[in-house]
Design a protein around this ligand. Structure first.
Ligand code: DC
Length: 224
């Protein structure tokens, strides 16, 4: 089966997708990490995230590799031999990733790579355009959502655990801005596929959402 999980920043996509994949023994692919890795590469070279030509040159030299850490199932991210799993979560990357991921050449390259990774099935992929552009043929499409306040609180907790202290107000502004950019860009914007099932995770625990998704998967399996 192919399972697509889309939704805005901080809705819990990565955590849920990773746990669902682990529960099913499927491959997990964090497509946001791929756009973040490119953004890290753009910034590390002093290039302008808004300039498509410059971003394209970074794309040409991108030596990206995702590895699944067997212990937690997270995608470890490498540029050549350098591991950048932690660095791609830094605020500077978060603030520039929407600009980098809005360019046509970037979308074409990444969607192409992601389609290749998904082609053998038994995959859970999370992102913004998985159910619409990357796996329009997915067997199950989930759209995860939560209030912006709740999403900011979750991001704050995540950052604090890594020793980064950002105010809630600032995070609400950053997340709202990223939602706006991601959902209004011209090419494959963040949007719920017509056949996606929407889950509002504001008042649900991670385990409740995972259980719900696994129930939907087994219902889908029975109907195939
Ligand atoms: O899920 P995330 O916050 O790690 O994603 C980072 C950014 O990457 C997000 O703001 C928009 C972009 N992205 C995208 O355009 N398409 C995807 N399939 C996944 C992420």
């Amino acid at each position: 089966m192919k399972i697509a999980i889309d939704g805005p920043a901080g809705a819990g996509k990565s955590t849920i997708a990773r746990k669902v994949a682990a529960g099913l023994g499927y491959l997990y692919i964090d497509t946001g990490a791929m756009y973040r890795a490119l953004t890290y590469h753009v910034l590390a070279q002093g290039l302008d995230p808004l300039d498509e030509e410059q971003v394209k040159s970074a794309l040409d030299t991108l030596n990206l590799r995702l590895e699944t850490a067997s212990s937690e199932g997270i995608n470890r991210v490498f540029l050549g031999a350098q591991e950048i799993t932690e660095q791609i979560r830094e605020p500077q990357v978060s603030q520039n990733v929407s600009a980098v991921s809005s360019h046509l050449s970037v979308r074409k390259a990444m969607v192409g790579l992601q389609k290749g990774l998904a082609k053998n099935g038994n995959v859970v992929m999370d992102g913004r355009d998985i159910g619409t552009a990357v796996m329009p043929d997915a067997d199950l499409k989930i759209y995860l959502n939560a209030s912006v306040e709740e999403r900011a609180k979750r991001r704050q907790k995540e950052l604090l655990a890594r020793g980064v202290n950002v105010s809630l107000k600032e995070l609400i502004e950053q997340i709202s801005h990223r939602d706006f950019l991601d959902s209004t860009r011209k090419i494959s914007p963040l949007c719920k596929a017509d056949d996606a099932i929407e889950i509002d995770t504001t008042h649900l625990t991670v385990d409740q959402v995972v259980e719900l998704v696994l129930t939907l998967v087994s219902r889908r399996e029975k109907s195939v």
